[in-house]
Design a protein around this ligand. Structure first.
Ligand SMILES: C[S@@+](CC[C@H](N)C(=O)[O-])C[C@H]1O[C@@H](n2cnc3c(N)ncnc32)[C@H](O)[C@@H]1O
Length: 114
């Protein structure tokens, strides 16, 4: 199996657990999901068939890889601390990108309304 496929497969079980948690929290199929810091080899690949995913990331390279893998998703270039999309979402997922926020001010900025 190619390394990228292997890395993708690593995300599948986690993505299933996340999808179950989102449904349990009341998100409906097709619900609007914002995933902050989508990366390239990603959880969203396994969520995009069930939710309408919007995927921001500050790295153009990561976005290019994610666009290729997840053509049905909306992508956006931006930093979660300052990104303002002017849209409303039913759920926000911050998975494996929280570690980039190193201060309380960063956390508060990322938690501000979009
Ligand atoms: C491990 S990857 C993402 C994994 C992805 N969330 C998943 O679960 O498959 C972490 C990503 O966080 C992004 N990132 C780092 N700092 C960020 C910030 N301030 N705002 C948004 N994304 C950020 C990086 O560019 C990188 O693509």
């Amino acid at each position: 199996m190619p390394a990228s496929q292997d890395a993708l497969a690593d995300h599948e079980a986690e993505a299933e657990a996340i999808a179950s948690a989102l449904f349990a929290a009341g998100l409906s199929p097709g619900g609007r999901l914002l995933e902050l810091g989508c990366g390239a080899v990603n959880t969203a690949h396994f969520l995009s068939g069930r939710f309408g995913c919007t995927l921001p990331d500050p790295s153009p390279r990561m976005l290019d890889l994610s666009r290729a893998r997840n053509p049905g998703c909306t992508h956006a270039l931006g930093d979660m601390r300052t990104l303002r999309l002017g849209r409303v979402f039913d759920a926000v997922l911050l998975h494996d990108a929280l570690c980039y926020l190193l201060t309380e001010a960063d956390l508060l900025a990322a938690n501000a309304p979009s």
